[in-house]
Design a protein. Structure first.
Length: 252
C-alpha cells in the first residue's frame, strides 16, 4: 500500500505510540486524522502541520468514530487506520480491598478491545466503498501488548483486552481478505511513552536493562517505523508482531 497521497485515521494519536505513528505517516506523505479524547489533540495536530487534523471523540462511540471517518474521507481516500487508543489499570483479582471492581475491568475491555473493533469495522466499511481498481483497498494496524502473552500481576483486565485484540486479528483479516483489506497487530514491549514520565531516570534505565537486546526502552519512532512497514508490505496480513527486544515479562 502506498502511503503517499493516502488518508490515515490514527486513534490515540495525541501522545506516545499514536503520536509517533501519526508523525511517521505524515512524513511519508499521508493526510492524517487524529481521533482522541485528549485536550492536547488540536495542539498536536497544529504542531504536525496542515495535513494533520484532530477530531475529538471516543473510540467506543459509533457516532464519534463515524464522524472521524467522514472527516478523513473529506481529505481524500481513507486507506489506513491505526488503533493506538488504550487505557489500563492495576487491580488484583482479589486484593486488600476485595475483588477486582467489575466496572473497572469492563471499562478497560470496552476501550481497548471493543473500541478497537469499533474502529476496525467502521473503517473497513468505508474502505470497502473505494474504487475497486487497486491491488488492495486498505490496511488496519492494531496495537496489542506483550501483556497479551505475559500478563503481570494486576493486569487481568489489560491483558484480557490486549489478548482479545491478538485473538481477533486473524479472523478479521480473513473476513476482510475478499475486500483486499489487510489487518495486522503490533504487540509492543516496554516503550518510552508518557506513562514513564513520572519515574526517575534511574528507574527508567533499570526497566530498560530488563530487555535482552537492545537493553533499553523502545523509542516510539521504532513502533512508528514498523507501522509504516506493515502498511507498505503487502504480504503482512493476519499476523501479530511482537516488538519487544526479546523481553518476556516476569510475574511482577
Amino acid at each position: 500500500m502506498q502511503i503517499e497521497g493516502s488518508v490515515a485515521l490514527v486513534t490515540g494519536g495525541s501522545s506516545g505510540l499514536g503520536l509517533a505513528a501519526a508523525r511517521e505517516l505524515r512524513d511519508q506523505g499521508a493526510s492524517v486524522v487524529i481521533l482522541g479524547r485528549s485536550s492536547r489533540g488540536k495542539e498536536v495536530a497544529d504542531e504536525l502541520g496542515e495535513r494533520v487534523v484532530f477530531c475529538a471523540g471516543d473510540v467506543t462511540s459509533p457516532e464519534d468514530v463515524g464522524a472521524a471517518i467522514d472527516l478523513a474521507a473529506s481529505l481524500g481516500t481513507l486507506r489506513i487506520a491505526v488503533n493506538c487508543a488504550g487505557i489500563g489499570n492495576a487491580f488484583k483479582t482479589v486484593g486488600q480491598n476485595g475483588p477486582f471492581p467489575l466496572d473497572a475491568f469492563s471499562r478497560v475491555v470496552q476501550v481497548n478491545l471493543i473500541g478497537s473493533f469499533n474502529v476496525i469495522r467502521l473503517a473497513a466499511a468505508r474502505m470497502c466503498q473505494t474504487e475497486d481498481d487497486a491491488a488492495e483497498r486498505g490496511v488496519i494496524v492494531n496495537t496489542a501488548s506483550v501483556a497479551a502473552f505475559d500478563g503481570q500481576i494486576g493486569q487481568a483486565a489489560y491483558a484480557a483486552s490486549k489478548g482479545g485484540i491478538v485473538g481477533m486479528t486473524l479472523p478479521v483479516a480473513r473476513d476482510l481478505a475478499q475486500s483486499r483489506i489487510r489487518v495486522v497487530t503490533i504487540a509492543p514491549g516496554l516503550f518510552r511513552t508518557p506513562m514513564f514520565d513520572i519515574l526517575p531516570e534511574s528507574a527508567v534505565e533499570a526497566l530498560g536493562r530488563q530487555v535482552p537486546h537492545p537493553a533499553r526502552l523502545g523509542d516510539p519512532s521504532e513502533f512508528a517505523s514498523l507501522v509504516s512497514h506493515v502498511v507498505r508490505n503487502p504480504m503482512l496480513n493476519g499476523e501479530t508482531i511482537r516488538l519487544d527486544g526479546a523481553i518476556r515479562m516476569a510475574p511482577r
